[in-house]
Ligand binder design. Structure first.
Ligand SMILES: Cc1cc2nc3c(=O)[nH]c(=O)nc-3n(C[C@H](O)[C@H](O)[C@H](O)COP(=O)(O)OP(=O)(O)OC[C@H]3O[C@@H](n4cnc5c(N)ncnc54)[C@H](O)[C@@H]3O)c2cc1C
Length: 336
């Protein structure tokens, strides 16, 4: 067997990925690391939050030169505390990231840059990234981990209470409000899954139709579960206490809940993937970059991780797992 193939298989099995699962894509033509120009980094990571820093950690430990570009606006910055993250449960999200950055500082190959990536061009082994400061950086591989932005509806009080009285995820914050009166803003047929899911946390749920055309079947299902449905549109959300909310309706009386769950649409935090023409998949609330099992996007040499490329259940844990995988597979794609 060819020496390069043997090396690749050895590296794959070292992290528990059986060779049979490896991508059938051939590795790019190897280049000799020692003869690379010093300005050519191995990897540029765009977005330095949970996914991006997890990628940087693996690459830095493998002594690959990495630049992490970040604008410091992680998705859960509206939440006081982050939950469900092993070893970091119930900590402010900014504290978790601060510890991560501190730990990355001991790896000389990692350079953290507080800047926005404004433009991306090139192909595998020779990508260029232009920052908001006008600097042009080069790298053989890119990892896109710039996350998504939740699109706040034009309802007074929604954006103001996002992360406190209005939240998206029961795994993130459900335990703290278990057995209380929950509200759910209907966002489509997928909301019925939430109704079923929430039962593990509370028996007191009210659904707000918010102008959606809810079918007779669903109405019957909700009634059978003793889940009241409030028709009409939400006109305002007023905070009550630390996490409660008064929901004001265009018709009918106000409704008080202890917490309101909502799933607004989201969009990627940047449009770099559009400029590159990367393939995407639809999700119930937006789009996600399409990746293969090695987290490579539709363009060779560009990897993606975190909410930007997660059509499933976004979380800090999945973002860090995907980031670590993107870092490892980007590194392994450069083996000689
Ligand atoms: C209200 C709320 C509460 C949540 N609570 C929890 C919780 O308790 N537990 C949990 O596991 N998950 C929670 N989540 C989900 C969690 O926030 C995300 O899954 C996680 O942040 C995804 O990490 P990421 O690295 O993919 O993206 P993000 O954390 O969103 O980071 C993306 C980074 O990229 C940067 N960036 C964007 N554009 C550019 C650019 N052009 N150039 C450079 N940098 C750029 C941003 O500034 C940001 O720092 C919550 C989400 C919300 C909305």
């Amino acid at each position: 067997m060819h020496r390069r193939t043997l090396l690749k298989l050895a590296a794959m099995s070292a992290i528990g990925v059986p060779p049979a699962e490896a991508s059938t894509k051939s590795n790019p033509a190897p280049s000799i690391r020692n003869s690379e120009p010093t300005t050519m980094n191995h990897v540029i990571i765009i977005g330095g939050s949970f996914a991006g820093l997890a990628a940087a950690l693996q690459l830095g430990r493998a002594r690959r030169n990495v630049i992490v570009l970040d604008t410091g606006l992680q998705r859960n910055r509206f939440a006081g505390r982050s939950h469900g993250v092993l070893g970091h449960d119930d900590k402010p999200p900014s504290d978790i990231l601060a510890v991560a950055r501190q730990q990355l500082a001991r790896y000389p190959a990692i350079r953290m840059v507080n800047a926005r990536a404004d433009g991306v061009s090139g192909t595998i082994d020779n990508f260029s990234v232009v920052t908001g400061d006008g600097e042009t950086l080069s790298a053989r591989r890119l990892i896109l981990s710039y996350g998504v932005v939740d699109q706040m509806p034009n309802v007074p009080g929604f954006a103001e209470n996002w992360g406190t009285s209005v939240i998206p995820c029961p795994y993130c914050d459900g335990f703290e409000v278990a057995d209380q009166h929950w509200g759910l803003v209907w966002s489509g047929p997928q909301s019925m899954n939430q109704v079923r899911l929430f039962k593990d946390w509370t028996d007191r749920l009210t659904v707000f139709g918010n102008g959606h055309d809810i079918t007779a079947d669903i109405r019957t299902d909700l009634a059978g579960r003793q889940v009241p449905l409030v028709d009409g549109r939400i006109t305002e959300i007023a905070r009550q206490g630390s996490h409660g909310a008064i929901i004001k309706m265009d018709t009918g009386p106000d409704v008080a809940v202890d917490i309101l769950f909502a799933h607004p649409r989201n969009k990627p935090s940047a449009t770099l993937h559009d400029a590159l023409g990367l393939a995407t998949v639809n999700t119930p609330t937006g789009i996600a970059l399409k990746t293969d099992e090695r987290r490579e996007t539709s363009m060779p040499g560009i990897y993606a991780a975190g909410d930007l490329s997660n059509p499933g259940i976004p979380s800090v844990t999945t973002a860090t797992w995907q980031g670590a995988m993107a870092g490892i597979f980007a590194q392994q794609s450069m083996l000689i």
